[in-house]
Ligand binder design. Structure first.
Ligand code: HEC
Ligand code: HEC
Length: 380
């Protein structure tokens, strides 16, 4: 790193730049850091440079850094400072990964945003203009909330840190919050938050996220990136009233909701929450293949979202069965659907509207040519 002593002579020679007022304060700071580079009024050039990174290399790096004391946020971020430095790209050599240490445990243990996607978003923000980065970060965070993690790949690769080798249970968080994601996983895995297994689970997700960030950025710079994120459908129901921008007066709509997060996760009993139940078409692109995605959140209570894709129009059925194979709820009872992407919500009730017991249920999607089943866990 270039680091020159900032002498009094330099200071005098540059006084015209340091003028008066606020700038003089900046000059004072520069004296303390002793680095001439900081005397410039601008930061380093941005967006910073990026080069294609092998997602699998990023995965291993983030996992290693996690266990090397960098934890989730600086671990995911650090995979990129290391790999982009190794690729010889300035100013990556001058960016300490430790600036992201605050993000561990959802922000020094506060359980807010998952550190891995916080660190991953920082990498994206570093190398992509503001006009494009929101889209890429939405894709990353949307992926995180709807994907079964740690992924199968994360459970099967060889890591540098080999202290824990077994395959780990997976969950779909439905939320970008560390607290929601970790606590649900602890329930599924029957492991306390302080266990080695939970720690390894987060290390593997740091790897998953680093791999995903590399994928997103590689695609972005190759102009092959496809945006698939759709905000939670519930927000279409709640937000038109609750983010309308009006001032709150007695009896008026509190227009104070500001989030892409699923409303009913935290407001399960809110008015209109029942309207969330149903099937909605999302996205305009005709999907390439028939697909029934893992539901989210999973495990869930009281309701869960089931996303699916139909490459061709026709009659479909989406049904919930219990573990004995008995039909519990016909969410779509042999109805005609256009080709497209859909989101359905199951509210944990049977066909008579009664709430069903905790346990494992199966959702089965059937079309003329295809059938697919997912496993869902209702946990009260
Ligand atoms: C048609 C407009 C409208 C829609 C749609 C709507 N709300 Fe409201 N909401 C209101 C109004 C008006 C109030 C304040 C008056 C009241 O308490 O009923 C309110 C109050 C609230 C409150 C605060 C009062 C309380 O009950 O604690 C919450 C929380 C809330 N809504 C959540 C939601 C959620 C979640 C959704 C979507 C599932 C939603 N709302 C959909 C208009 C709406
Ligand atoms: C991560 C949990 C979480 C999510 C997700 C969430 N909220 Fe909230 N919301 C809260 C908390 C906590 C409060 C403040 C405490 C309270 O009033 O319940 C709040 C407050 C509110 C209020 C004000 C209540 C009042 O009394 O004035 C409204 C309205 C509201 N939320 C609507 C929404 C809507 C609409 C969404 C989805 C777009 C949403 N919330 C998503 C947790 C959440």
């Amino acid at each position: 790193m270039e680091s020159k002593k900032f002498t009094r002579k330099d200071f005098l020679a540059n006084t015209s730049k340091f003028a008066v007022g606020a700038v003089a304060g900046v000059a004072g700071l520069n004296m303390l850091t002793g680095t001439k580079a900081f005397a410039k009024s601008n930061n380093a050039e941005w967006p910073m440079p990026y080069t294609t990174i092998d997602p699998e290399v990023a995965r291993i790096k983030a996992h290693t850094l996690f266990h090397g004391g960098k934890d989730c946020c600086a671990g995911t971020f650090g995979a990129f400072t290391d790999l982009l430095s190794e690729a010889g790209l300035e100013p990556w050599q001058n960016i300490p990964k430790e600036i992201m240490l605050f993000g561990r445990g959802g922000g020094v243990g506060w359980g807010t945003i998952c550190g891995t996607i916080n660190g991953g978003a920082a990498v994206i923000s570093a190398v992509v203009s503001k006009a494009d980065s929101g889209k890429l970060i939405n894709e990353l965070w949307g992926w995180y909330t709807t994907e079964s993690l740690p992924s199968d790949q994360a459970n099967s690769v060889e890591y540098e840190d080999k202290t824990y080798r077994d395959s780990l249970p997976q969950n779909v968080s439905g939320s970008p919050l560390c607290h929601a994601s970790v606590s649900q996983w602890c329930n599924v895995a029957n492991q306390p938050a302080a266990s080695i297994e939970r720690k390894e689970r987060c290390a593997r997700i740091a790897g998953d996220t680093a791999a995903k960030v590399a994928e997103i950025l590689n695609d972005h710079f190759a102009s092959t990136f496809v945006y698939t994120f759709t905000p939670p459908e519930n927000n279409d129901i709640c937000l038109p009233c609750h983010s309308s921008g009006q001032q709150y007066t007695e009896g008026a709509t509190p227009a104070n909701a500001f989030t892409h997060m699923e409303c009913v996760t935290c407001h399960p009993d809110a008015h209109y929450a029942d309207q969330v139940v149903g099937v909605k078409q999302v996205g305009a692109i005709t999907p390439a293949r028939f697909e029934l995605n893992n539901n989210y959140p999973n495990p869930f209570n009281p309701s869960t979202t089931i996303q699916f894709a139909l490459p061709e129009s026709g009659k479909v059925r989406l049904e919930v069965y219990n573990i004995q194979g008995r039909l519990v709820n016909s969410i779509i009872d042999s109805e005609f659907k256009d080709a497209g992407s859909y989101k359905a919500t199951w509210d944990g009730t049977d066909n008579t509207g009664s709430r069903v017991a905790s346990g494992i249920y199966f959702a089965r999607l059937t079309s003329a040519n295809h059938m697919q089943t997912i496993k869902m866990n209702l946990l009260k």
